[in-house]
Design a protein around this ligand. Structure first.
Ligand SMILES: [Zn+2]
Length: 417
C-alpha cells in the first residue's frame, strides 16, 4: 500500500468483474465477442475522467491511452498492458464478487454453491492473507481476476500518477486487449499507434513473481496417406491410415517426453488431435521447450519414430511431416534488452518484495509482443486459482502491484538522461 493514498484498485476490480467479457474460441470476429467492448468502452471513459485525453477504445475492443511525460528527460516509452476478456473454460456471466474483509484464515464456502470450497489445503497462499481483505466469486462463476486485476491495477496507477504530479515519469502508454484467452490478444493490435519502446503485462500470480521466460513452441502435423480399396476385396492392397496413426502414437515414449511426465525446464512432445478416415489420417502435436534449438531435436526424433512405423508397412503408404512455428521464448528478446528486467527487479525491491523468477510452461501475449518488437515480461497481480469457480485475489497484492508500477516508472525516469 502506498502511504497516504486511498487505493481505488479494489473498488474498480469489484465493478469490472461484474461485466461479462468472456471470449469465444469458435468465433472468427474481432473481438471474438462484442460484449468485451462493454468493458473496453467503460475503461476508455474512465481514463478520460482521470484526465488521459487521448483515451479511446477502437472497433476491435483495444483501449489505448497516454499518461504524458512530466519530466525534461528523454525517457523510453513504457507500456502497461492487460486483457479485458475472461477464459471460456468457466462461466463469466453474472459474476457476484464478495469482499471478505479481514479474512479470518478459515476455508471459504461459497454461498451460491456450498460444495465450492476454497480451502487452505488446496491454496496454501491463503494463509498469507489472514487479517487482510480478499475477494472471491459466489460459487457459480469464475471471478475474472485473470485479468481484471491487471486492468484495475493499471487504472489505479493512472489515477495515482495523475493525482501525484510530483512523481516524475516519461510518456506511459496504457493498453487493454481483447481475446488473450483465445490466443488472439495481439492479432489486431496497432503497434505503431501504440508507440511504446518497452512493455509489461500484468497477468501473473503471487506477489513477487516476475516472469521473463516462456516456452518456445511449434506445432507439428503428421499426415498419413494410406491406400484405399473395397474392404471386401482389399487383401494385400488396403493400407489403413488410421491404424498407422495409432501405431505412431503407441510408439511414443511412455516414461518421458510428455506433459504428464515432465516439469520445470524439461520440454515435451504432445499429441493433441487425431482425425481421419482409412485413406488419410492426421495427427497434430504441440512441441515445447525453453531452448528453441531443442525444438528441432524434438521434431527430428518425432519424425524418425513416425518413419520407422511407416517402414513396417508396405511402401505404398506415405507420410508428410509439417512444422509450424507458434511462439518463441521471450527470454531471447529480453536478454538483448536487459534494462526491462533489471528495472522491474529494482521496482520490486523498492516495494519490499522477494522476487520469484520462475519460467512459464506456456506462452503469454508478452511472448508474442516481445517478438513483434516490444520486449514484454509479465508482472504479478495476485490472481489465484484462475479459470475456475475458486478464483480469488488478495487486495493487498493488487495494491502492492500498483506500488511496483509507480516505482517502476520512476526507475525508468531516474535512469534516463
Ligand atoms: Zn490472463
Amino acid at each position: 500500500m502506498i502511504k497516504g493514498y486511498y487505493h481505488t484498485v479494489a473498488e474498480r476490480f469489484m465493478r469490472y468483474v461484474t461485466i461479462d467479457t468472456q471470449s469465444n474460441p469458435e468465433s472468427d470476429q474481432h473481438p471474438s465477442t462484442e460484449k468485451q467492448k462493454d468493458l473496453s468502452n467503460l475503461l476508455a471513459a474512465e481514463l478520460k475522467l482521470i484526465g488521459l485525453e487521448d483515451a479511446h477504445a477502437d472497433k476491435f475492443g483495444y483501449v489505448y491511452a497516454t499518461i504524458s511525460s512530466n519530466t525534461g528527460k528523454k525517457v523510453p516509452v513504457v507500456c502497461f498492458c492487460s486483457h479485458v476478456d475472461t477464459a471460456p473454460d468457466c462461466s463469466g456471466n453474472n459474476v457476484k464478487p464478495i469482499l471478505h474483509k479481514n479474512y479470518n484464515g478459515k476455508d471459504i464456502e461459497l454461498p451460491d454453491d456450498t460444495t465450492q470450497v476454497i480451502s487452505k489445503k488446496d491454496y496454501p497462499y491463503l494463509k498469507e492473507h489472514k487479517g487482510h481483505d480478499i475477494i472471491t466469486a459466489s460459487g457459480l462463476t469464475l471471478l475474472g481476476a485473470d485479468d481484471k486485476s491487471g486492468v484495475a491495477i493499471i487504472m489505479d496507477m493512472a489515477n495515482y500518477l495523475i493525482t501525484h504530479p510530483e512523481i516524475k515519469h516519461g510518456n506511459i502508454k496504457i493498453l487493454f486487449t481483447p481475446d488473450e484467452e483465445v490466443g488472439k490478444g495481439t492479432t489486431m493490435l496497432d503497434l505503431k499507434k501504440l508507440g511504446a519502446d518497452y512493455a509489461y503485462t500484468l497477468d501473473g500470480g503471487e506477489a513477487g513473481t516476475l516472469e521473463d521466460e516462456t516456452f518456445s513452441a511449434d506445432g507439428v502435423r503428421i499426415t498419413i496417406h494410406g491406400v484405399i480399396a473395397h474392404p471386401g476385396y482389399a487383401k494385400n492392397k488396403l493400407v489403413n491410415a488410421i491404424k498407422i496413426a495409432g501405431e505412431i502414437i503407441d510408439a511414443l515414449p511412455k516414461e518421458e517426453w510428455s506433459p504428464e511426465t515432465t516439469s520445470k525446464r524439461k520440454g515435451f512432445v504432445h499429441p493433441v488431435a487425431i482425425n481421419g478416415i482409412a485413406e488419410k489420417a492426421t495427427i497434430d502435436f504441440i512441441v515445447r521447450d525453453f531452448d528453441t534449438l531443442e525444438l528441432a531435436r524434438h521434431e527430428e526424433r518425432l519424425q524418425s519414430i513416425a518413419e520407422k512405423v511407416l517402414k513396417k508397412h508396405s511402401k505404398k503408404a506415405t507420410m508428410e511431416f509439417k512444422v509450424t512455428q507458434q511462439y518463441r521464448n521471450m527470454k531471447e528478446v529480453l536478454d538483448n534488452n536487459p534494462k526491462v528486467i533489471a528495472y522491474a527487479k529494482q521496482a520490486y525491491r523498492h516495494a519490499g518484495l522477494k522476487i520469484e523468477n520462475e519460467p512459464i510452461r506456456g506462452g503469454t501475449d508478452g511472448s508474442r509482443l516481445s517478438f513483434m518488437g516490444l520486449p514484454c515480461p509479465n508482472l504479478f497481480t495476485g490472481m489465484q486459482a484462475i479459470h475456475s469457480k475458486h478464483e480469488w485475489i488478495g487486495v493487498k497484492d493488487m495494491e502492492k502491484a500498483v506500488e511496483v508500477l509507480v516505482n517502476l516508472v520512476q526507475v525508468w525516469e531516474e535512469r534516463s538522461v
